[in-house]
Write a protein that binds this ligand. Sequence first.
Ligand SMILES: *Cc1c(COP(=O)(O)O)cnc(C)c1O
Length: 358
Amino acid sequence: MRVYNFSAGPAVLPEEVLKKAASEMFEHGDSGQSVMEMSHRSKEYEAIHNECEALMREILAIPDNYKVLFLQGGANMQFDMIPLNLLKTGKADFVVTGQWAGKAQSEAKRYGEANIVASSKDKTFSYIPELDSSKFDPNADYFHICFNNTIFGTRFPELPETGSVPLVADMSSYILSEPVNVSDFGLIYACAQKNVAPAGVTIVIIREDLIRDLSDSKVPTMLQYKTYADSNSLYNTPPTYSIYMCKLVLEWVKSKGGLSAMKEHNEKKAAVLYDYLDTSKLFRSTVEKRFRSQMNVPFVTGNEEIDKKFIKEAKAAGFVNLAGHRSVGGMRASIYNAMPIEGVEKLVAFMAEFEKNN
Ligand SMILES: *Cc1c(COP(=O)(O)O)cnc(C)c1O
């Protein structure tokens, strides 16, 4: 029996996608082989690869002057690739809204000046700080935000006004959850294992003018965006199976009505959970209302023993991976696209029952 999986990542995938992958696992089309076994230079694989990119462009309405790259190394590798490729003056601005945003800043320090314009560390990252654009460096090479903070369950209510400084956003736990205006950003990146595919592939959407020729620099070939942009992300062997799964997930998103339908579905689910948390006498949300994420919902009882008991009993009842991140404790329900509304409704019913008994 399948459980309701509230993992932050690797996370739940749509059942239709898993079934389709299972049906094609042994033989993909009439190729006589699994996608896992295909040469990445074969016609069959190339069709999957190109279709994945075409669907990504269509669903996210990506303008023609942006490249879509399929990389490896997770979001963490982008914490290095971004400064290595984008720093020219050697300065970048960062808003530190959690652990990932902090890592992006601390890695960038290896390569230049990584200025923190605002942080919400004072209140355990439970809000998004007010931004004063007079503190932004107009000569910065980029301005980095983590749009949705997976661990702390916050998201930016609006984008910072960075003028001509390219906005760079970590969208690992946000991409495909609702429409975005890609042209507001210089670069968007996301590891796949939250809302897009199994682990393995990392998506980078980059404005073409930010792709520099670094062939005479010390930047390793494998860490230059241009290497991937010039080779259709086929410079070396890409994570072929993850890209195939990404294509299936994109087909699923499209069949459900695209990103506006995802937004509606995700808002409904999040409302079910937050409405309960706001009326519960046992559980409460840890995040200020206007900064709440639709994807990652942390909550606590205020008593560690009861938190532990809840996580244990929830698991036994088929609601798994509800423990909060190891750095914050408590609980967290990640409710990505593939989590059906029944999963959230049943979780809330279970929480109400637990509340009665505790
Ligand atoms: C999961 C996550 C990461 C880390 O991704 P890896 O693929 O493990 O490197 C970074 N940023 C955000 C926002 C995440 O949710």
